[in-house]
Design a protein around this ligand. Structure first.
Ligand SMILES: [Zn+2]
Length: 267
């Protein structure tokens, strides 16, 4: 079976990584660069990107309507590269816009609360959560000195989302009995390894970010979210649908992982 996977071509993780954004967009030969950021993320990271990079527009996204308006307003000539600086909401908006315009996306995450920074999936909460498959980011620039300053609750949630790969991969392996062609050993290993390491030894922020990036890459290789989303994610989505899912995504899937791991152990 032939599968074509688009992957992030450039990943930079480390303290002060944000400084490479300006070099990166030169490499991409981008001339009309649009940056999306949030109010807070602009103050802590967007401003640094703005000062070092020749941006055409900066949009501070107050709500999702702005992205819909941007999609309607911008065409390829207006933007040949999108930079999304912020948390999940901003990055997912960037994925949507970059996919719509068919231009490269550079993500600069300011938090590590879930695996969206490198993944080809954008999730939106509109009463309930729904996910759309998009192009993955072309580049991920994760500055650990910025991410380390985000609330610890967000980083703990990211740990929950990373660890969920363990039960997601186990579920995916089980599905081989129904459809063996859907399973990819490479994607499964890329998702499983950093999750396993994270429960064996407390990860640093850098380890966590690297694991979350690998989850995104695994999803791109698989062409689906299966390596990083199994029954534990269904559990979290059910809480959302029932209207009782008020915790963070990573917190809910972390609890789901404990429950599903128990079922894997007893069956
Ligand atoms: Zn997740």
């Amino acid at each position: 079976m032939h599968k074509h996977a688009e992957l992030p071509l450039f990943v930079e993780i480390g303290e002060g990584a944000v400084e490479v954004v300006s070099i990166l967009v030169k490499d991409l030969r981008a001339e009309n660069i649009v940056m999306l950021s949030g109010k807070t993320s602009y103050k802590i990271a967007g401003k640094i990107v703005e000062e070092s990079t020749n941006l055409t527009y900066t949009y501070i996204l107050e709500n999702r309507d702005v992205v819909r308006k941007l999609i309607a307003k911008l065409s390829y000539g207006d933007a040949d590269c999108i930079i999304a600086v912020g948390g999940g909401r901003i990055i997912d908006s960037g994925k949507l816009l970059a996919s719509e315009l068919n231009v490269p996306l550079v993500t600069v995450p300011t938090t590590a609360s879930h695996d969206g920074m490198a993944s080809p999936v954008a999730s939106f909460r509109n009463g309930e959560v729904f996910s759309i498959f998009t192009k993955p980011p072309s580049a991920v620039v994760a500055d650990t000195s910025i991410i380390s300053r985000s609330p610890s609750r967000l980083t703990r949630a990211g740990f929950g989302d990373l660890v969920s790969n363990i039960t997601a991969v186990k579920d995916w392996k089980l599905s081989k009995e129904i459809d063996p062609t859907d399973y990819s050993e490479i994607a499964a290993s890329i998702a499983y390894m950093p999750a396993k390491m994270a429960i064996e030894k407390t990860p640093t922020v850098e380890d966590l970010v690297r694991g979350l990036v690998m989850s995104g890459v695994a999803m791109s290789i698989a062409g689906s979210s299966r390596p990083a989303s199994g029954a534990e994610h269904k559990f979290s989505h059910s809480l959302d649908i029932l209207g009782i899912g008020r915790a963070l995504h990573g917190e809910q899937v972390g609890i789901g992982t404990i429950i599903m791991e128990y079922f894997h152990e007893v069956t």
